[in-house]
Design a protein around this ligand. Structure first.
Ligand code: PHE
Length: 462
């Protein structure tokens, strides 16, 4: 009997070589600006430890099973996300979700690259040591981000860097890069956290981050936690299924998902312990916990550190922005890879050509996002929103939650249960306890669609 599963050509499309490589590449996709920049901001603003608790529930009970579900689709079919749905359920409209994922990831890459470009600019400033003179960081940020050419150049440069890794291939590009960069990222993260916790304001910073304020936890905070969890774990839009299409048969899916979720969450929490203690150590720097944190507040912290102990300020700023550049880069390559894989698998073009197509699309769209802070500031065609905000909203508030619901229903109800179990156990190779398999099914069949649906509906009413 032929199953809609085995695909002879998959060896030629490459695969990850080692388990460590798989975990580091997938964690690389997950760990990004979402962890280091967005998570501390959300936690600080939404009730500290109370938010953290809701977030942890989201990643454990929804993140792990949803990530595993995406792995099942990718590893079973060894193809891009749109073809994967088509192969598993031919002539049924599920594949629309695959296309939605491809669209979503393209839009995310476009606005994400703009922020990554800003980060790159700050990293350059840190290398040059000019951060010491950035006493008025807010004016610097304002004039840089609203200009035309400089932010555009950095944005496009970031996409070019992504392209250069992608064209090297799955093993020599993505896997090698992740294996090199993720350990480096971990070391920098630890050094920064140690440095930050040794600063005089550490206690106040930690208190600010973690003070549990349960009165803040309402429906919109739960939605934020869920949105943050999905974004941070790169869930539901096909990145993970594309990576899983390069997994070998013996990779244990549940365990890999659990490892990646744990790493991603750890990085997010440690980032909070880097940012807030540092912010609270410098007098006169307000604990503005908003999105300007990384571009306005922290440069002021670094600059005042610099004037006290220049070497320390230099090292701190350099490490922090390099950390962000690396984290962002391992995420953008996973977004790029999803669409590159789509062109390769669907249209049978060479990898280099596929990557070039995607790079051109991403460059065009990110140009629009980048300029929406400058010359296109008043061009707001999407219900009063410019490109950057519109891309952000449509992906985070619509495509991600809706794709999440479809993904869980597809794997929970549409796919034959034994097919899913076969993937979970790698065809009987791994012994996965019964209770774990049953729990997986309860979560993916009932808890995930109902919880995401309720939270999504609530956000429409609110
Ligand atoms: N997870 C990444 C981050 O935390 C962002 C991302 C979203 C990557 C969607 C891929 C797909 O920054």
């Amino acid at each position: 009997m032929t199953t809609p599963t085995q695909h002879d050509g998959h060896h030629s499309r490459g695969s990850f070589a080692t388990r460590l490589g798989i975990i580091l590449a997938t964690a690389g996709s997950a760990v990004g600006l979402g962890n280091i920049w967005r998570f501390p901001v959300e936690t600080g603003q939404n009730g500290g430890a109370a938010f953290l608790l809701v977030y942890l529930m989201c990643v454990v009970f929804l993140g792990v099973p949803m990530m595993t579900a995406e792995f099942v689709i990718g590893r079973r079919t060894h193809t891009d996300i749109a073809s994967a749905y088509q192969r598993l359920a031919p002539h049924e409209p599920w594949y629309v979700t695959g296309y939605a994922g491809i669209l979503c990831v393209t839009l995310i890459l476009s606005y994400y690259s703009v922020v990554a470009g800003w980060i790159l600019r700050y990293a350059v400033a840190a290398v040059q040591g000019t951060m010491s003179s950035m006493t008025n960081a807010s004016a610097f940020f304002e004039s840089f981000s609203t200009a035309t050419w400089p932010p555009l150049a950095y944005t496009l440069l970031f996409i070019l860097l992504t392209h250069l890794i992608i064209v090297r291939g799955v093993q020599r590009g993505i896997e090698s890069f992740s294996k090199l960069m993720m350990p480096l990222l971990a070391v920098m993260l630890c050094l920064l956290a140690a440095g930050s916790m040794a600063m005089p304001g550490a206690r106040a910073g930690v208190t600010f981050l973690l003070r549990p304020d349960f009165s803040k936890v309402d429906a919109s905070v739960v939605l934020s936690a869920l949105g943050q969890a999905f974004f941070s774990l790169s869930i539901a839009i096909g990145c993970l299924s594309t990576y899983a299409s390069y997994f070998r048969r013996e990779v244990p899916l549940l365990k890999t998902a659990a490892n990646v979720v744990a790493l991603d969450t750890l990085v997010a929490i440690v980032s909070g312990f880097i940012i807030f203690p540092a912010v609270f150590s410098v007098e006169g720097v307000g604990a503005d916990a908003g999105p300007g944190l990384v571009f306005v507040t922290l440069p002021s912290v670094f600059s005042s550190l610099f004037s006290g102990t220049p070497a320390l300020g230099y090292a701190f700023a350099l490490m922090f922005y390099l950390l962000l550049v690396l984290a962002a880069l391992t995420s953008t390559i996973s977004m790029h890879e999803e669409v590159t894989a789509f062109f390769v698998d669907r249209y049978h073009v060479s990898r280099r050509r596929a990557a070039t197509y995607m790079t051109i699309v991403a460059m065009l769209l990110s140009t629009l996002c980048c300029l929406s802070f400058g010359p296109l500031r008043d061009f707001r065609p999407f219900m009063g929103r410019g490109f950057f905000d519109a891309f952000n909203d449509v992906t985070a508030l619509w495509i991600m939650p809706l794709s999440g619901i479809v993904l869980s229903i597809f794997v929970g109800w549409r796919l034959p249960r034994d097919l899913v179990e076969d993937e979970l156990t790698s065809g009987g190779l791994h012994r996965v306890p019964r209770w774990l398999v049953s729990t997986f099914f309860v979560l993916i069949r009932w808890v995930a669609p109902v919880a995401i649906g309720l939270i999504f509906a609530n956000s429409l009413i609110a």
